[in-house]
Design a protein around this ligand. Structure first.
Ligand code: AMP
Ligand code: GLY
Length: 417
């Protein structure tokens, strides 16, 4: 099978790494990719948002499957363009991707499907905004309706900051604050059959102890030793299957990866948000634990034959990933700094620990930073404590001027404070 992966972050590196280890995959391409993905896949330049260009590339390569990593191309209809060229795509249509592309659409689907989520108002005028903020009280949760690359959500005690964010957006969802630990649960679906993956937890704040600004995600781990063993079954029944059924009922079936961001509150599990693609950095730890070869699962989802897929098989291992970010992330990050120590990790820590590249590019013989999140250092171990130790041992070998990382990823879950 020839597979083309669209994107170029650590999530796509994790996907390409798994696909490169799958004996069914005879050729693997990634567009546009990054310096690390180049080691496991052949890179092709492409504008990932240009459906015609991606479809032409997939046709030229003779791809049997196209996997679209990020949300922006999905919302822009890149999956539809490739499907129209007769090539199976792992990733939803533009219409179904509105589950991520519009928070108001997601709320509407959840209401229709009876999926538990925060109570909310959709607001377009300052009067509506004030009424909604007043109705819920602090802490205020204000979400830009559209895609905002991780910058759309403001959670604050400060009513002026909440109001300012709301007024800066055309349309906002203002909702009740959900208290409780967050869980990311991914499911693969063909629009009918839903196959859940293992839950993971992401660390969104920039600094240790969940301080500092929100980021795209600074680390993740799986499994969740503290979670109720019935969590996955419960979320399947209350959230994932009803959502997939509702989108099919509307004539816009969702196939691809359905990502439920959940809050485990005192009053039960609630959906914080849906995403229409694999999460980053959770994918790095979930795929590290998946034993089943990935390509046929994704192809069956793309072809509507997921019911034929045997049950997924998981390793007993735990996995931890630690993100190394550039100087000044999540504000305008500094890029172009050389990264050293990659060969040392490969020589000393593999195969248990390895470096997945997020924002990197090659400059002559050097690999340099090219984005806010630069590397996602991933490790597996017999338990979280061991996986964490291996991940941080590898992190310590990496040298990137001005870089930052959290030192407490998975610490609490591993029983270390
Ligand atoms: P999102 O960009 O939608 O993933 O939201 C970013 C983060 O904002 C989430 O991971 C939560 O930590 C927080 N958040 C979003 N909605 C709520 C809510 N209703 N209550 C509390 N925190 C929230
Ligand atoms: N880990 C958060 C996201 O992928 O949106």
């Amino acid at each position: 099978m020839k597979v083309l992966v669209i994107g170029g972050g650590a999530r796509e590196h994790a996907l390409c790494r798994s696909l490169s280890l799958d004996p069914d995959v005879s050729a693997l391409y990634c567009a546009p990719g990054n310096a690390g993905i180049a080691e496991v896949a052949e890179l092709r330049p492409v504008d990932a948002l240009d459906g015609a260009a991606v479809a032409a590339l997939a046709t030229e390569l003779g791809a049997d499957l196209v996997v679209v990593g990020p949300e922006a191309p999905l919302v822009a209809g890149v999956g539809d363009a490739v499907r129209a060229a007769g090539i199976p795509v792992f990733g939803p249509s533009a219409e179904a991707a509105q589950l991520e592309g519009s928070k108001a659409f997601a709320k509407d689907v959840m209401a229709a499907a009876g999926v538990p989520t925060a109570r909310s108002y959709v607001c377009t005028t300052p009067e509506e905004v004030d009424a909604a903020l007043d109705a819920f009280g602090a802490p205020y949760v204000v979400k830009d309706d559209g895609l905002a690359a991780g910058k759309g959500v403001v959670v604050t005690e400060d009513i002026e900051a909440a109001r300012a964010h709301a007024l800066a957006c055309d349309r906002v969802v203002i909702e009740e604050y959900l208290d409780g630990p967050e869980v990311s649960l991914f499911a693969i679906t063909d629009g009918v059959t839903v196959v859940p993956l293992q839950p993971a937890q992401d660390f969104k704040r920039a600094l240790d102890g969940d301080q500092g600004p929100n980021t795209g995600g600074m680390g993740a781990y799986s499994p969740l030793p503290w979670a109720d063993p019935k969590l996955v079954d419960e979320v399947m029944e209350l959230v994932l299957q009803p959502t997939v059924d509702e989108l099919r009922r509307r004539g816009t079936p969702f196939s691809g990866l359905l990502y439920a961001g959940l809050a485990i509150t005192g009053r039960g599990t609630r959906v914080i948000e849906f995403n229409a693609r694999f999460g980053d950095p959770e994918t790095q730890v979930v795929l590290a634990r998946l034993r089943t070869p990935l390509a046929s699962v994704l192809l069956n989802a793309a072809n509507g034959t997921l019911a034929d897929e045997p049950p997924l098989v998981w390793r007993d291992d735990a996995a931890v990933t630690v993100v190394i970010a550039s100087h000044n992330y999540p504000d305008t990050p500094r890029t172009g700094d050389p990264i050293e120590g990659l060969a040392e990790v490969a020589a000393e820590d593999a195969p248990d620990a390895y470096v997945l590249h997020a924002g990197t590019r090659r400059e002559g013989d050097a690999v340099v930073s090219a984005g806010g999140r630069v590397l996602s250092v991933t490790a597996t171990g017999s338990d979280l404590a061991q996986a964490r130790e291996k991940a941080y041992t590898a992190v310590a070998r990496i040298r990137l001027d001005g870089s930052q990382h959290r030192t407490d990823i998975a610490a609490k879950a591993a029983g270390l404070g």
